[in-house]
Each structure stands twice: as C-alpha cells, then as structure tokens.
Design a protein around this ligand. Sequence first.
Ligand SMILES: *Cc1c(COP(=O)(O)O)cnc(C)c1O
Length: 486
Amino acid sequence: MNYVSTRNGNTSVNGYQAVFQGISTDGGLFVPSDIPKLGLPRIKGKSYAQFSAEIMGVFFDKSDVLSICNQAYSTANFSHDRIAPVGEREDDCYYLELYHGPTCAFKDLALQVLPKLLACAVRSLGRSEEICILTATSGDTGKAALEGFKDQEGTKVIVFYPVDGVSDIQKLQMVTQSGKNVGVCAVEGNFDDAQTGVKNLFANQHFVNELLNRKIVLSSANSINIGRLIPQIAYYFSAYADLTARGDLQPNEPVNFCVPTGNFGNILAGWYAKQMGLPINKLVCASNRNSVLTDFFSTGEYSISRDFYTTHSPSMDILISSNFERALYHFSGNDCDYTVNVMNELKSKKMYKVSSEMLHLMQRDFSAYCCNDSETLSQISETYSKTGRVLDPHTAVARFGYSRYVKETGDTTKTVIVSTASPYKFADSVLRALGSNSTEIDALNSYTKTEIPAPLQGLSEKDIRFKGVTTIENMQKAAFDLLGNM
Ligand SMILES: *Cc1c(COP(=O)(O)O)cnc(C)c1O
C-alpha cells in the first residue's frame, strides 16, 4: 500500500516511510492511496492479534504485522483475553470495551502497535538515527505513548500536557512514568496551545537541526500518524465479527457505531472500515461542550472562533480536530488543492465552510451530537442505576449522543457505543455523578464494587519523576532539558 499526502498528490511513500515521517513535509497528513474492499474475516478460533493482523496486513507489510500484533495484543499488556470485547446487549445498545490495556484508555490499542511498526520502519528504511517521539496530549495519548515506547531501543519520548487540562489521575499516570527514555512536562495553556506548541517545534529548523546533530529525528505519536489510525480499523471489524458470530447480528446486517470524538481519529478509523466494506449504517460523532464538530455537521461551517471549555471529558477538549483534514480530503474526491485551501482558511480566518453537496455526502455517513457537563454526569448516573455499568465521562458523552440520535431519527439499527476509557481514570467526575463527595479511586471501588484496573492501583504512592512546567514560548528549552536527562 502506498500513502499520499492530503496536501500534495505527487507525494507517494510506502507505509513505513509514512509512519517514520509522521507528517508529510508539505504539512499534510498521509492517507492510503486506495482503500481496498475486504470481506469480513472470520473471527471464530482466532485471537484478536490474529484477527487484527488480517486487517492491518492490507496496509502494512504482511510479513511483519502478525508478530507485531502478537506482541502488542497479548494478555501481558491487556487485562482481557479478547483485548477489545463487546459486552452483552444492555439498555438498547452494545459497548465495545477498549479500555483493558496498560493505560486504561483506547489509545493503547494503537500505541502498543506504533512503536513496533516504527521499529520495523527503521529497519526496513535502513535508518541509523534514534527516533524522538514528540507529543502533545489531552491526557490519554501521552500516557499511552509513554507506556508503548518506554525502554524501547532506538527511541525517546517527550510528552507535553496542558497544565489544567487533564484529570488528576491522568496527570499522576504521566508524572510517575518509569523508563530511561521518557520525559514529561506540563505546558501553561490548554490542549490546543500544547498541540500548536508541539507543531511549532516540528517546524522549528533550529530545533530539528540540533537534534539531527545528535543523530535524532522527530516523529509523532499523535493520531496525525497513520500508524495510529490503521490499527484502530481492526476493532470495528472485530466488534462486528463478534456480534455476528454470537448471533446478535445477521450476516451483513447494518450496524451503527457511536464514537466519543476529539481529534476525529477513532471515528475516522470507523469510516475507513466502512469504506472497506463493513456494513456500517451511521457513525455517530459525539462531542462534549466543545461542539465544533456537531456544529459543522449541521451547518457545514467549521469555526474555531469560539470559547474553549475544559470539561469532564478532557480527552475531547479540542477545537482543531487534526484528522478532520483527512475526511475533508476524502470527501472532496481526494482533492489536495481543495484541502490546502481549506486548511489555509482555517489558519487565516479561523473558519471554513464546505459546499452543501459535500456536507450532504458527509451527513450520509455521519451524524453528530454534543453533550454538556451536567448532561454527562446525569448520563453516568442514569446508566449506572439502569444497568450497573459505570461509564467514564467520554463514553457517557457517546451514550447521551446515541439517545439524542434515536430520539431525532427513530433509527432502530443496532448500535455499538465505543467505550474509550475506564471510569477509574476519571474517578472524581464519576463519583460526583454518582452523588459521592469523594474523589479517590478507592472510593469509586467501594461505592460501585467494581474492580480497580491493575495499572491504576497504588498510583498515589509512586514517586513523582517529572515536575516541570513550561510556557509555550519555552517549550524548546524544556524539550532539550528533558533530552539531557535521558
Ligand atoms: C482520545 C480520546 C477520545 C477521542 O478520540 P479521537 O480519536 O481523538 O477522536 C475519546 N475518549 C477517550 C477516553 C480518549 O482518550
């Protein structure tokens, strides 16, 4: 499979080159040059690793992916032997549980794979430099990247997180990270500030050259890297195959997926699955109070001239959804010039508008809903009293969006809610929703009698390794300081 840049149709690179570079030199994102149709692979008798290797083998070197998936999706890393199980039907929907990995959020599904893909890329491209993963995080990416890359030879990881934009537990998870090759620093500002700061570092020639002198090249673990997106396609297929295998879906019966959305990576992987032939009816895009995408899908106007809110679902506190560029590229008929113009407009005017034809095309595949903080908390409480399931705030946003969707459309298509995090990562918000005054993990455990995920046990007793805070202007220095200590 070859990959092209969303901003220049003449760039064509292979999968390993695309993963190695992270982002195209023209500023565009890599997308598969064609999206082949695939029949639904059988899942019976296969591990998740074997199943996902069949999907990923379409996009990356088949001879590498099986061993990558076997290493990534093992019970050494995941606490559930099905890796990405779909629960029984409850409260008129199914939950696809993507939080059984080492950091208790769905980003593990991709970030356990990416380091191994990168290692193959380095080998296959014959590179000798070290790779420095430089990432901005709204909470979950950072920790998942740290866990995925820690002590992996030939790599270093630097994570910047917004100082007030992550949950206490997310922060603790990051600042206590073990490993020789890792560094973490807080940034004054919100996630978009941190992400912009990181993008500026990538574009800063002085910074890049200084690293090159040290034989280090930069790469990204954000979902702008196609190596993050492709592994996520697999669980849409596996969820469908699981439901079909147990008779909850008839062969070829359409299904909806409802996805709590921030950077538009997860839901775009679902759209790729649909393009590959998976019978998906609607992809329901659920946002929190930062409702840029909901507004876009109703008006065709993407505008970031608006207030930014920190919410109970911090991993979706985003105004600029990076992966939306990929969607714009595909829905414009793979038109690079169009994509460049739109992205320039976003930069200069802080907004753009797509044609009504294009909006209609997008609305055929996507519906979008948003959910404010108090609705999020009510949803957690309502679902808990109805079913006993404890939703994390992101999944609650999706569950709320699904109710709205059904109310508005009357659609009775069976629906899978993509459940992206363990409620224990957001214990304070979840406890508040359940009417408790406590904020601690242990309190959530005694209140709900659910099990504390092993990776989150004993967090507060761990040593805090990373205490640094930087302004956006000083991120370069902060990065050098962290590198100096690795
Ligand atoms: C990152 C994240 C999301 C948003 O996913 P995108 O791919 O950025 O749209 C949703 N929920 C949780 C828990 C996350 O960590």
